[in-house]
Structures are given as C-alpha cells and as structure tokens.
Design a protein around this ligand. Structure first.
Ligand code: KG4
Ligand code: ZN
Length: 343
C-alpha cells in the first residue's frame, strides 16, 4: 500500500470525530457526541461542547487507531478542521492535531469544514466529478457551493440568509413537541402517513423579485414562523394538531426550495453533478425528490450514506488525503482556529 495514511480530527460543533483513511479507503470513523448534553437546552451550548471535546479527544483518537489497526506513528499526515465552527470547540481539535503532528513529526493540514463535507464523498464514490455543485444542509449551514477541484477549495454560490435548513427542522420539531434534534423525527412523522399537500407553506426567496438578488440563497425563518402560527391557531381553537401532516407539509416546502435552487445552480455552472451533504442530506424526502428532479434535468446526484453526511472525522481525513495525494503544501504549526473562516 503506497497510498497515504491520514488521520483527521473534527471538533467544529458538538461531535468529536476522528477518522482514519488510506487513500480513499475508510479504515475507522470514531465519534463521541455531546448532543445529549445539549438536548435540554434545545441547541448546542458552545462552552459545554468545548469541555466535552477536551474529555473525548484522546480516547476518540485511541479508539480510531484501534479500529484501523494502526499506531499513531504509522500516520503520514494529520488533518484537522480549522474552521468555520464554534471557536472554543475548534481550538480543542486544532491543539490536539498540532500536538500529534509535532510529536510524530508529520505534516499538519488545516481544512475547511464545508470542503470536508464535500470530500467525504470520495470514500463512498471515489474521485469527485470534474465540476459539481455541492449543497450542504445541516444544523449549522445551508450552502450551495461550486466545486471545480476540491483540493483548490470551494466557491460559495449562495447560502441561507437566516436559519439553516437543519435549524428550521429542529425549531419546527420543537413547535410540534418532537425531541431534539428534530430532523429525524420530522422525517419519521412525515413518512408515517403525513400528507405533503395538507397545507401549502411558503417557499422562501423563490418570488421573481427575490430571485433577482437571492437566486442561490435560502431563507427558512418565514417558513418556520408560518408553521408556528398555523399550529398556534389550531391550538387556540382547541383543535388537535395533525403532527404527521404538518411535518410532511413543512418538509415538502424545505425540500422543494432546496432541490429547485440546487438544480438551478447546476444549470448556471453547466455542471451535470449535484452532491448533497450535511445532516439534512439524511432526509428521505430530500433524497427522493433530488433523485427524481435531477434525473429529469439530466443531473447525476451523489449523496454519501447518512453516516458520512453528518459531522465526523472521516470527512476531514478524506480531504486531508486528497490534499496529500495532490501534493499540496501542509499548514504551518501556528495554524489558527478560524471560527468565521471564509469558504
Ligand atoms: O451535519 P450535522 O450532524 O451537524 C451540523 O449541524 O453541522 O446536522 C445535524 C442537523 C440537525 O439539524 C438535524 O435535525 C438534521 O441535521 N437532520 C435531519 C435528518 N437527520 C438529521 N433533518 C431532516 N431529516 C433528517 N432525516
Ligand atoms: Zn457540518
């Protein structure tokens, strides 16, 4: 095996992830999540996340190495998410990666979290197509990116101007009395006999005027408010809220806008490939609708399996591996953690 062995560390939000890949082969993807510690707050608490990363970091590195059957000294390079994300959370991962790189005398690669969400697809489908649009939809981001060559980074085309798609799922779930994080529960409620046409909720930034300024941007806060108003009105009238139908109708509005704009972005760039990543890519309706509409438009869809779509260390290792294979220069050991890193 002369492919490089890469260890990747991800700590930008609430998951402590350590992945190990050789070339484009995934050997280990260890993860420790503090999601349960945040659940009672209904969102991620930065200080809680940082402390949890600090506790989980070394055990998670150990676990990944054991699973991969390697020693840390076997590693050819260490990759780490250096931004964007929660500042304190990023610092824990970056400090750990530097310590590891320094002690092993191996190169360090600081990578962009969003680019890593794209690169993870190599572990499932091999080399990325030459030119694709990536739609990243999670609790923290909703972006359309143009990707020529992932080792040169990604080009932002648009993003949410308010809530992220996953955030909208989580907030609507809360309104419906479903647990946090709400995305999977909404997905499940909708699948459980939900009527997608029960209410026609608003599609943000799809009107003619909005499209002129925000062709590739998203807005979900109006949708969230519309659902909340609808539910409150029903409750005020003492009527039952048909949770399955509302979940399905809300989900339909999100997926409709996401797929429409993603396909428009592909057409604008002349790309025939759409890659979907981030936690919301696990959504069953989004996958089905993207598949159907893209097929119609002559666009091939690539969605990594759900376990690779959410934040993890494998995606960071995957991007590190692409950078090493492309002969890119490593990062200096004074690499900063940059919470608002531009894409
Ligand atoms: O990528 P991720 O694990 O973490 C970041 O936010 O970066 O994404 C988590 C988000 C949450 O908002 C969660 O509700 C959403 O992804 N999510 C889903 C589904 N599974 C997870 N949203 C809709 N449908 C799903 N099946
Ligand atoms: Zn993410």
């Amino acid at each position: 095996e002369n492919e490089p062995l890469i260890l990747g560390i991800e700590t930008s939000c609430d998951e402590t992830g350590v992945g190990i890949v050789r070339g484009q082969t995934l050997l280990a993807d260890a993860i420790a999540s503090s999601v349960e510690e945040h659940a009672r707050f209904g969102g991620v608490v930065p200080e809680v996340a940082s402390r949890a990363h600090l506790e989980a970091m070394v055990p998670t590195i150990r676990r990944a190495c054991e699973t991969a059957g390697i020693k840390p000294s076997d590693v050819d390079a260490v990759a780490v998410t250096s931004g964007p994300g929660l500042a304190g959370a990023l610092l824990v991962g970056v400090a750990a990666a530097k310590g590891l790189a320094l002690s092993l005398e191996k190169p360090l690669y600081g990578v962009n979290h969003l680019a890593a969400h794209v690169a993870v697809d190599t572990l499932e489908h091999g080399d990325l197509p030459k030119g694709c649009v990536a739609m990243l939809v999670s609790g923290g981001h909703s972006s359309l990116l143009a990707v020529e060559d992932i080792t040169d980074g990604v080009l932002p085309m648009g993003s949410t101007i308010d809530d992220a798609a996953g955030e909208a799922f989580d907030k609507v779930a809360r309104v419906l009395g479903l647990p946090f994080p709400g995305g999977p529960y909404i997905d499940k409620a909708a699948q459980d006999g939900g009527d997608r046409l029960y209410v026609k909720f608003p599609r943000g930034l799809t009107g003619q005027r909005d499209l002129e300024q925000h062709r590739f941007d998203f807005s979900f806060s109006g949708l969230k408010t519309a659902v909340a108003r609808w539910v409150e009105a029903r409750r005020r009238d003492g009527e039952d809220v048909p949770i399955n139908h509302i979940a399905a109708a809300f989900q339909e509005a999100v997926c409709d806008v996401l797929t429409r704009k993603a396909i428009d972005a592909c057409k604008d760039r002349g790309y025939e490939h759409l890659l979907i990543g981030g936690g919301v890519a696990a959504n069953s309706r989004l996958r089905a609708m993207a598949e159907e509409r893209c097929t119609e438009a002559g666009i091939a869809v690539r969605v990594p399996r759900p376990g690779l779509c959410t934040d993890n260390g494998a995606m960071v290792a995957a991007l590190g591996s692409e950078l090493v294979r492309a002969g890119k220069a490593p990062s200096p050991l004074d690499l900063p953690a940059d919470s608002s890193m531009p894409i």
